[in-house]
Design a protein around this ligand. Structure first.
Ligand code: GLN
Length: 311
């Protein structure tokens, strides 16, 4: 990484937000549930939290949004703590080359999802959590609060309820995997957990702070608590690099070169090892389901500072 003077970093973020506000939205906000369809499409925020705790923000960086698929990182880190390498017999570590909610590969590949960051893989992870924690939802939100150092973080009840109501495709994925013996708990319980974690609301600063351990070999900056071993942090970053941006992961690695994860709530987090974590937010989604202007802000931040794990 290339540490910047605090003032320069903040003014760069302000520039990126101003550019994003002028740019076309690049797509439409997620509209599969009313609670997401009603978000402000014009919101634009970005935050950088450095390993020494320095925070830089611009735009709507303190406004909470639905973290959606970004929650797959927290779920995976928790599951890797609870389960040994047998986890990798139930979910693979390969890019999918399909949409995030694709079902076709699952049948060909006998109910073993390609990676933990597509929906099918995240449902296997959710199954690990529901079967290994007495109260997986409480454990999940406590884990996130502790990482973000923010006790007020919670799941948005409206989003959670309407995810469940409109969750037929995720239900189909889970039942198909159950038919192959790759889901242990009851499917309704697994879906309930998965939709709960997707519906957690956080802002850019919370998200960037919470994932500092991935930029710091598994140790959470600030508290110095070990969240996972260095090998697990490496593995999560590798999976983020190859699969975190769904079917745009190749392009994102090619142009940017940072482990990153998007969500349909419009957020993206990107890890800069030994430097910190960036989180950008802008709700309209491109055709891959990634937030177009947030992708652009992270891209420009990385290019202008010369940040890449492939140097
Ligand atoms: N709740 C969404 C779903 O499961 C999350 C997907 C996403 O953010 N890409 O479809």
């Amino acid at each position: 990484g290339t540490p910047q003077q605090p003032k320069n970093c903040t003014s760069l973020l302000e520039e990126l937000v101003a550019e994003a506000r002028k740019a076309p939205p690049g797509g439409q906000v997620a509209d599969y549930i009313p609670a997401l369809a009603h978000v402000n499409a014009d919101a634009v925020g970005i935050a950088v939290v450095e390993l020494d705790g320095t925070v830089h923000t611009a735009g709507d960086a303190n406004e909470a949004f639905s973290i959606q698929s970004i929650s797959k990182i927290f779920g995976l880190a928790m599951a890797m703590n609870r389960m040994d390498d047998a986890l990798w017999e139930r979910v693979r570590m390969e890019p999918s080359g399909q949409a995030f909610n694709s079902i076709v590969q699952l049948e060909w590949e006998h109910g073993i999802p390609r990676n933990p960051f597509i929906n099918a893989g995240a449902l296997v992870v959710a199954d690990v959590l529901t079967s290994r924690y007495s109260s997986s939802k409480t454990a999940f939100v406590q884990y996130v609060r502790q990482l973000a150092n923010n006790e007020s973080i919670h799941a948005d009840h409206d989003v959670w309820e309407s995810e469940k109501e409109h969750g037929n495709r995720n239900a189909a994925l889970a039942y198909l995997m159950k038919s192959f013996g790759n889901i242990e708990s009851g499917v309704p319980e697994v879906l309930d957990h998965y939709f709960f974690q997707c519906s957690i609301a956080m802002n850019c600063v919370d998200l960037a702070r919470s994932l500092g351990f991935l930029a710091n070999k598994g140790i959470q900056p600030g508290t110095e608590q070990r969240i996972c071993d260095a090998r697990s942090a490496h593995r999560i970053n590798a999976l983020l690099s190859t699969s975190g941006m769904y079917d745009q992961s190749g392009e994102f690695a090619f142009t940017v070169g940072l482990p990153a994860k998007s969500g349909v709530g419009g957020g993206i987090v990107a890890v800069v090892p030994d430097y910190g974590v960036i989180c950008a937010w802008s709700p309209p989604l491109n055709r891959y389901g990634n937030p177009a202007r947030a992708v652009e802000m992270i891209t420009q931040f990385a290019l202008r500072l010369g940040l890449s794990v492939y140097h």
